[in-house]
Design a binder for this molecule. Structure first.
Ligand code: IVH
Length: 666
């Protein structure tokens, strides 16, 4: 098979999997398998850059950061929607339509969940995604094409299996973050000492407005498409027909959408949706009721800001008031001390809330939150409860300002808050609270995945001094466990076998489990790839090597180097290996011919960019540095190579021409 055919096949295979996953909601391969196919395509394209196309699945990331966003004018303004606050207002909407249309008639509606995200417009010319923008002021939006390309649910080329692509398709939709993805994202932010997002909407907005699309690519953005802009080359009679076409073209459409006969059915849809809103995997703040027939829409027309043929049915806010009974301090894995308000339990949107994080002292000061206060609580995006505000009128006369103590509530050790940071930390590494959190993290699902070692057991293990660091888990005996409270022999046996089973694991799970600050699951995977799963090399690495890895910045590099500079950490890890932990070797499709070799590219190259050169070297186990030094093995010199070449010659480093380099990788 020719390389071109192989590349074409891989692309269409990857596109089919995307379609199955995002549109049909029926994936047939795992994420890991998808990534493997993508890497295979990437490596073929690395060696045949001339075969790369704009719509290749490899082209979603990699654009250079922008200085600022350009503008895109919407050919048809992106309007907003009028609101209906209750069913009476939905009925009034229907009555207005009947009056305009002049006679009593059954109207077919189409109802959709109103997603709480960001409206965007995608433009396809002859089936190719050419640009995308935000809503902006409705007339002009920002050009966020590069960022939208990173969203895997957005097809880079329309599918034409069942319906050919129109000459022009403008489609609008909502970019959002699912609740589970949001939780993971915030956990990752926390692990990396970055600010957490208040709700999925803010997280989606912040992610879409990044000038560096490389950052957007790491954010779990989703999309549902729900409206047409200009369409040329085909026509539709109804919105439902349009949505069906969108699905055929590979654009995700919300599966909850329903065609309804008359306003009564639409009202029922609205109230059903409100009662099960919390069970949906994403945030919604209402329903959108639209006239299905395009000819009727035409007759009804638009107002200046919103169409007459649609309305947003709003849900009641998920807010409640309650009283703060106490504020306690909780200590996390990295020693971060967080104030938590203990509430008089209150039901918010169907879930009982009795704790709410107050984040830090600054937040408490800003909102002036005190014990005894009556506060307005909201489930931010239905996910995490938060204090919206204090109801000052209800404040008892004897309250006082809350100030966090300077000692750890668990071990009495000093708590230190650097001047430029908001987080205060307990400085005692053997603080039992920190040890417990570290073990909890180590055994968690995405880390070592040790079933049966839960919070209660960890509390006992740490309090009885049986476990002081993670390696101690692998020293536990059946006798020790059986003696613990609530530990029958059978469950002790199961626990021991779960611990033993965890011994054979992967580099990324183990490295993530270690809880190195700033190294979450994603960075652990990046490191696994870069160190081809070799933990010994990773343990001896330095900041320079780390900073050369895409997605690893100076802060992450520094924490990793610091982590390995601490002998205790090295000992714990070595003990783990002595006690039987083994890391599966990482399969690598590309031969590692540049293992341990350092390249420097200089001058202007013809067939590849320097960035591509770097990727070619890294895919083969080598590394590409920015400047020549005694550690450089090869210089690849293009046209007009300047000072770097001179320096290389002085140092006696072998110089390769571009074509000699390309010959090496053939
Ligand atoms: S249709 C002419 N459908 O709500 C209005 N909008 O208030 C076209 N939204 O800017 C919008 N889900 O961001 C429509 N299923 C849905 C929607 C939806 C969310 C947002 C959208 C729009 C705002 C209008």
């Amino acid at each position: 098979m020719s390389t071109r055919t192989k590349i074409d096949d891989l692309r269409s295979e990857l596109n089919d999997h995307n379609y199955r996953y995002y549109v049909l909601d029926d994936p047939v391969i795992s994420d890991a398998e998808y990534d493997r196919l993508l890497r295979e395509l990437q490596s073929l394209e690395d060696t045949h850059p001339e075969l790369i196309t704009d719509d290749s699945p490899t082209q979603r990331v990699g654009a250079l950061p922008l200085e600022g966003f350009g503008n895109i004018e919407h050919r048809i303004p992106m309007q907003s929607l009028a609101n209906a606050m209750d069913s009476d207002e939905l009925l009034a909407f229907h009555d207005r339509l009947i009056r305009r249309l002049g006679k009593e008639q059954a109207i077919e509606y189409i109802a959709e969940p109103k997603l709480d995200g960001l409206a965007v417009e995608l433009v396809y010319e002859n089936g190719q995604f050419v640009n995308g923008s935000t809503r902006g002021d409705g007339t002009t939006g920002e050009d966020i094409t590069q960022n939208l390309k990173t969203i895997r649910a957005i097809p880079l080329a329309l599918r034409v299996e069942t319906q050919s692509a129109p000459a022009l398709l403008e489609v609008r939709g909502e970019v959002f973050i699912r609740k589970d993805d949001f939780k993971k994202l915030n956990k990752q932010q926390e692990e990396n000492d970055k600010p957490v997002f208040a709700n999925p909407r803010n997280a989606a907005a912040g992610s879409l407005r990044q000038l560096d699309s490389g950052i957007t690519a790491t954010r779990p953005l989703s999309i549902f498409c729900y409206q047409a802009g200009v369409v040329e080359g085909t026509t539709f009679e109804t919105h439902s027909e349009f949505l069906a076409a969108l699905q055929n073209w590979g654009c995700p459409v919300n599966p909850e959408i329903k065609i309804l006969n008359g306003i009564e059915e639409a009202i029922t849809f609205h109230s059903n949706l409100e009662s099960h809103r919390n069970s949906l995997p994403y945030e919604i703040d209402g329903s959108v009721i639209k006239v299905n027939n395009y000819a009727l829409r035409e007759k009804l027309g638009v107002r200046s800001r919103s169409p007459r043929w649609a309305i947003a049915g709003k849900f009641k806010a998920q807010q409640e008031t309650t009283v703060i009974e106490d504020i306690v301090l909780s200590v996390g894995r990295t020693g971060a001390v967080t104030p938590v308000a203990k509430l008089q339990p209150v039901k918010v949107g169907g879930v009982v809330v009795s704790n709410v994080t107050l984040h830090n002292q600054d937040e408490i000061d800003r909102k002036d939150i005190r014990v005894g206060d009556t506060v307005l609580i909201q489930r931010a995006g239905d996910v995490i409860p938060q204090v919206v505000k204090v109801i000052k009128e209800k404040r008892p006369s004897d309250t006082s300002h809350f100030k966090m103590t300077n000692t750890c509530p668990e071990c009495n050790h000093d708590v230190y808050r650097p001047e430029d940071e908001v987080v205060a930390r307990c400085q005692n590494l053997s603080c039992p609270a920190q040890v417990k959190r570290r073990i909890e993290h180590f055994v968690s699902k995405n880390a070592m995945d040790i079933d049966g070692v839960g919070e209660k057991l960890i509390d006992q293990l740490v309090e009885k001094n049986l476990v002081k660091s993670v390696d101690d888990l692998y020293r536990l005996t059946l006798d020790q466990l059986s003696e613990l409270e609530r530990m029958a022999e059978k469950s002790a046996k199961n626990t021991i076998s779960a611990i033993n089973n965890s011994k054979s694991t992967t580099f990324h799970r183990f490295v993530h489990a270690l809880g190195i600050r700033n190294v979450g699951e994603h960075v652990a995977k990046v490191l696994e790839k870069s160190f081809t799963g070799n933990i010994e090399i990773f343990m001896k690495t330095n900041a320079e090597v780390l900073e050369d890895i895409d997605e690893v910045g100076p802060i992450v590099a520094e924490t990793i180097v610091k982590f390995w500079a601490d002998e205790t950490n090295v000992n714990i890890v070595n003990n783990c290996f002595k006690l039987g932990i083994s890391l599966e070797s990482v399969k690598n499709e590309t031969e590692q011919i540049f293992m341990g070799k350092t390249f420097v590219f200089t001058g202007s190259l013809e067939s590849i960019t320097r960035k591509e050169g770097k990727e070619i070297v890294e895919a083969r186990g080598g590394r590409a540095a920015g400047s020549a030094s005694a550690k450089t093995d090869y210089i690849v010199a293009g046209e007009n190579a300047g000072s770097k070449l001179k320096k290389a010659e002085k140092l006696g480093i072998p110089v390769l021409t571009e074509s000699e380099f390309m010959d090496l990788i053939k």
